[in-house]
Design a protein around this ligand. Sequence first.
Ligand SMILES: [Zn+2]
Length: 298
Amino acid sequence: MPPLVRLLPPPPTSPAPDAPLIIDCHTHLNRYEHDQPPTAAERLEQLRATMARHGVSHALVLTSYTVNDNRPSIDEVLHLVEGDGRFSVVAGVNYEQLGKQQLRYLRTLLEEQRVRALKLYPGYQRFDVRHRRLHPLYEMAGACGVPVMVHTGDTFAHTAKVRYTHPLVFDEVAVDFRLTSFVLCHMGNPWFVDAMEVVYKNENLYGDISGLTLGAFEPRYERLVLQKLNDAIAFINDPGKLMFGTDWPISDMGSYLEFAGKLDTTPAERDGLLWHNAARLFRVPEAPPEERPDVLAP
Ligand SMILES: [Zn+2]
């Protein structure tokens, strides 16, 4: 399949020639299946090749809430992508060990501008995102100007509890921490109606459309999800709110780009979805590394 970017009209706000036109705001270097390569370095090579094949210019790599043989640490992922301007890192938060030490570590990463967001995994770690243990983290993210990404909706693991992933609770978090931006990953699938209401209502809430399928979209399911997301796009009616992400390697990147191309969007909504919103929210550099101004400098 040719890269989707060739099918698109020129963006209304013309980016620099080397600007990323498609940003995948949600990928992982975790090993989920035994047929994946055993090392994170090999999986990064796979991701590079997949992005090149599909014309994706930049990817955010989200680390896990835990570290083991199949889940590289934040430091390991930072080391792997170092010097490659096609990647940015999002630091996974371990809620169970969230105390002064982890907060200090995360604060250092944010202040040194080595990570572009934080990621929470309620459901998997079975916690309520309203819990006061998280309040210092939300305040820190707001003060540093980085968004907090949160898993919402259905989970990859049967041991997770989806009560904690319902998008409606984020209304309370968004209202109580208005200086912090939050990204509802997966748009609360299958609770799209609740997700679209809280994203519409709160100016500090955004949604990513990643992880809505395992592998490639199957036609009947794709039709269902297209309808739900088209409803959300029409209801939100704001080109600045939704972002393209795949959840690679869980979801197939090529199938996901075809899916995104079928969404009922205006040109502004499509540009917002594919690159502009993520570029703005995560401050993804829009020029090659050697010419890149220090966009994160105060
Ligand atoms: Zn994910």
